[in-house]
Ligand binder design. Sequence first.
Ligand SMILES: [Zn+2]
Length: 291
Amino acid sequence: MSRLRLAPALALALAACAGASPRTAAPARPAPQPAPAVSIELPASAAQGSLVIGRTRPGALADYAGRTLRVAPDGVFAFGIGRDATGPLRVLVSVPGGGSGERLVDVTPRDWPIEQIDGVPPKTVNPPPDIAARIEREQARVAAVRTRDDAREEFAQPFVWPVQGRISGRFGNQRVYNGTPKSPHSGMDIAAAQGTPVKAPAGGVVTFADPDLYLTGGTVVIDHGAGVSSNFLHLSRIDVKVGDRVAQGQVFAAVGATGRATGPHLHWGMNWFDTRIDPLLVLEPAGKTAP
Ligand SMILES: [Zn+2]
């Protein structure tokens, strides 16, 4: 008698677990059919700081990180992966009255270099209490518009560069201002001359426009739908107001050096709700190397 021979009941159970054919594990009567699997299209892995776009059945509910994602009428949904996120990330999808499924997405870690930035006006690095309170109020106003969850899908189009130029500061780099460590860089800096027209990298609705925030100067937020937004900082001119729609490629502002900036450049940041993501990763593939 083989050492590996199993009691018939156990052998049947193991065969069932392994998905054996009915010929070897025929049940006496048909087993209840599992709910139909829901199709979920997602990449198997994605980088820290990326925007992940998935697709499932229209009408399905998708959950990620404790949030119910907006699933568009064509089944498209999106979520962002934070700079310091570790995987695997779990996405659950269910169809009311139908099937359900889950996908795991591995997170590809990235290197985050340290950037020394000197010559920044000291009052902007360690502001006095009254200024700190102003900064806090202004940041709360910007944070509020990032809670929107609009039923628009402009986030899914390939993004284009808002200005042409060299990348002078990358997303996620640990920044040290005048020797003082600060938060990681929240976006991508593109070198461009004062007054250069800034184009919308994707379509959207203007949800914030203020010419004079303390740290970020002329500031615009464009909402691309489903919690995905872009912010543009240090602008010298703003041509739009809250509520305006902008089309991809439309000029809406000009490059400047307002707020905490050492010289003219465009800071382009992106968010999925309050999660910061890397604009470089949403650009159309041909545009991922600086133009
Ligand atoms: Zn910047």
